[in-house]
Design a protein around this ligand. Structure first.
Ligand code: SF4
Ligand code: SF4
Length: 443
């Protein structure tokens, strides 16, 4: 590393950092070498505003009086995951309303960020410690304790171009695909795309501060379906869906103009997420990486018809951005799900924040995995006769050992609880101590 994060942050704090957007540095590269760019530029900002279905938000509603352990939750008739207890919930962007067509979790998240009231209904069986069984109320972002976005898979590093070789219109998450290769749809901001400006993720990792929907957020893990095995071009840039990031950020601080719910016809609800990542120019190699131009970023073309996603060709983002793609002698109109306008705004906003000293860079605390795991789901039909029975299992917590006055209960060499019946005085203290109700009096 020839320039450290600390040195760059010092310059940012003094208002001396030279910050360009990814498009600006690509233009600069037409007349400057990577060595010259390294000398002159400290940070390059990127941006994308695209549908990112694998998104959602954690909400803590606060405890009612008397309290409730929510087991079934709906917000604006959208099912919310309640398996976190007691008043924590996860609302997934693609969860759809049971009553209102075209409305879902993404819309609830958008409404909450905009400051609107939403309708909360929760049910529970009631327990001694959580006696309330029902809640019917209205919440907003000021009333709830926590409301933060936690998106398991965002900012795909490249993505395939979708076409349709069948005779029928297809409605997909890539939008409407016209029959007989009638159009081509893509969803990446090309040379502005965050992970395409640091294709090996040398400067981006766990702990990287990012621009997330108008607020400052963080990368917390590799995204799901993180793929290090995608084929690359001669510049080492993946030409197929590759790496992803899991991100987190305070939704209460987000700007509704950089997070939008959408309903994609024939597919369902999704959430447009705005992400910007600042790339520190730590050496000549990073200067070369951020100089990438649309014509150097290739993408595979997949036929979504005919039983799957068959590769039928390859193109680049200069062609895609031009609006016309030639495939097997046919001219296809291209369309994008990514808003280039908003992607540019995000890169500009991040640039302004860095230039004004409001956004400093964080060095990753951990690099992303070098090797990905990409298993396919194995389909094994269940046996209808095989009725599942929930069995109580000792969790070897040792609570019973703690209360046993005679050492009749003890840990063996494998750290498992054992029982020596000869030492037991039947005092019954372990009965009350066991949290899973495993210890039962015989007879
Ligand atoms: S009932 Fe037996 S095993 Fe249980 S706490 Fe009493 S002495 Fe120990
Ligand atoms: S208290 Fe219950 S769960 Fe815990 S170690 Fe004893 S028997 Fe197992």
């Amino acid at each position: 590393m020839n320039r450290t994060f600390e040195e760059i942050n010092e310059k940012i704090k003094k208002g001396q950092a030279v910050v360009l957007t990814a498009e600006e540095v690509s233009r600069m590269a037409e007349t400057h070498t990577p060595q010259e760019i390294f000398k002159q530029v400290d940070v390059v900002t990127t941006g994308t505003f695209s549908p990112m279905c694998s998104s959602g938000a954690i909400i803590n509603f606060g405890h009612a009086s008397p309290p409730i352990r929510m087991e079934k939750i709906e917000i604006n008739d959208v099912e919310v995951y309640s398996g976190l207890a007691a008043v924590d919930a996860y609302i997934g962007a693609t969860s759809e309303s049971s009553k209102k067509s075209g409305y879902g979790g993404a819309h609830v998240i958008e409404e909450l960020i905009a400051g609107n009231d939403v309708h909360l209904i929760a049910e529970a069986k009631g327990t001694d410690c959580y006696p309330r069984k029902y809640v019917d109320t209205y919440i907003n972002k000021e009333k709830v304790n926590e409301f933060y976005l936690f998106n398991p898979r965002n900012a795909y590093q490249n993505y395939g171009v979708a076409v349709n070789g069948t005779k029928e219109v297809m409605y997909t998450y890539m939008g409407k695909l016209l029959p007989d290769f009638g159009n081509a749809m893509y969803a990446t901001s090309g040379e502005l795309s965050p992970l395409l400006n640091d294709p090996e993720m040398r400067t981006i990792g766990i702990g990287t501060r990012i621009y997330l929907c108008g607020a400052q957020g963080y990368i917390v893990w590799n995204g799901t379906q993180f793929n290090t095995r995608a084929n690359t071009n001669d510049q080492g840039i993946p030409i197929a869906p590759a790496r992803t990031i899991a991100v987190i950020g305070n939704a209460k601080e987000m700007d509704p103009s950089f997070i939008k719910a959408a309903y994609i016809e024939g597919y369902g609800v999704t959430l447009y997420v705005g992400i910007g990542i600042a790339i520190p120019i730590i050496d000549v190699d990073m200067a070369r990486r951020v100089s990438v131009k649309n014509e150097n970023i290739e993408a595979m073309i997949f036929d979504y018809g005919n039983g799957g996603r068959l590769p039928v060709g390859k193109t680049n983002y200069k062609v895609l951005w031009s609006g016309i793609l030639e495939l097997n002698g046919k001219r296809l109109k291209t369309g994008t799900l990514t808003s280039l306008r908003k992607s540019r705004q995000i890169a500009e906003k991040l640039k302004e924040q860095i230039a004004s000293g409001d956004f400093t860079l964080t060095q990753p605390v951990e690099r992303m995995p070098k090797n990905s795991i990409l298993n396919k789901l194995e389909i094994r039909e269940s046996d209808p006769e095989n009725k599942s029975v929930v069995t109580k299992v000792c969790i070897n917590c040792g609570s019973c050992i703690g209360v046993c006055p005679t050492n009749a209960l003890f840990f063996n060499e494998n750290d498992e609880v054992e029982f020596n019946k000869t030492l037991c005085t039947n005092c019954d203290q372990c009965l009350d101590a066991c949290p899973v109700g495993l210890v039962k009096k015989e007879g």
